[in-house]
Design a protein around this ligand. Structure first.
Ligand code: 5RP
Length: 230
């Protein structure tokens, strides 16, 4: 990540925390480098004595560990099934604010948390904006290990070039649920709703990174500053 992109991510995340988090809220904490800046900003505000009663629901084991290390109070969707607002990142953002997510492999919990949130604020650097989903990023699809090669063939039949995600040591990447991720390069996706519907009816597909009609607010940072779209 270049210094400039890191700075934009930090600016978008900090702006969103200050604009959307309020005392007493229960908030969703996203996953990835941009969402981590939001957790860090929340911890900074707490150190100033602000937002002390805000509690977070983390979207991954990684975010949970970060929040705990910074002393951010956590809760669960079992205790708080409706969240006030979630701040999360994204890999690709279309003009209608639909998203591809899952670059960090947390797509399933991220979607569960987003669906449980009254407001979903997506924070990105301007490089994530795209004319059409699939143009810049392969679609992550989370599949059960059982029968995964059948899912890979199914995804190929839908037009994807499929790659099983691996860790740096060459072992299969496993999600927090113990599932595999198949990165599916479709190219520009003409009908994301149709694709989501096809994926949604396939046994063995546990989740996918198409986030449609979930974003309520987008915060983009780039060379021209921070922009908020709703
Ligand atoms: C994790 C995600 C992330 O939000 C997405 O990959 C963006 O990551 P980053 O902020 O590091 O660019 O969906 O599953």
């Amino acid at each position: 990540m270049s210094d400039a992109i890191g700075r934009y991510k930090q600016q978008a995340a900090a702006w969103a925390v200050e604009a959307f988090f309020r005392p007493g809220m229960v908030v969703g904490l996203g996953t990835g480098s941009t969402a981590a800046f939001a957790v860090r900003r929340l911890a900074e505000l707490r150190a100033e004595g602000r937002l002390l009663d805000v509690r977070g629901v983390p979207t991954s084991v990684e975010t949970e560990a970060l929040a705990r290390s910074l002393g951010v109070p956590l809760t669960t969707l079992e205790e708080q099934p409706v969240l006030d607002v979630t701040i999360d990142g994204a890999d690709e953002v279309a003009p209608d604010l639909s998203l591809i997510k899952g670059g960090g492999g947390a797509l399933l919990r991220e979607k569960i948390v987003a669906q449980a949130s009254r407001r979903v604020v997506i924070v990105v650097d301007a490089g994530k904006l795209s004319p059409k989903l699939g143009t810049r990023w392969a679609l992550p699809v989370e599949v059960l290990p059982f029968g995964w090669r059948s899912q890979a063939l199914f995804l190929e039949s839908l037009g994807a070039r499929v790659t099983q995600r691996q860790r740096a040591d060459g072992e299969p990447f496993l999600t927090d649920q113990g599932n595999l991720v198949l990165d599916c390069a479709f190219g520009p996706i003409d009908d994301p709703e149709m694709l989501a519907a096809r994926l949604g009816t396939r046994a063995g597909v546990v989740g996918h990174g198409l986030f449609l009609s979930l974003t309520t607010d987008l915060v983009v940072a780039g060379p021209d500053g921070v922009e908020h779209r709703a």
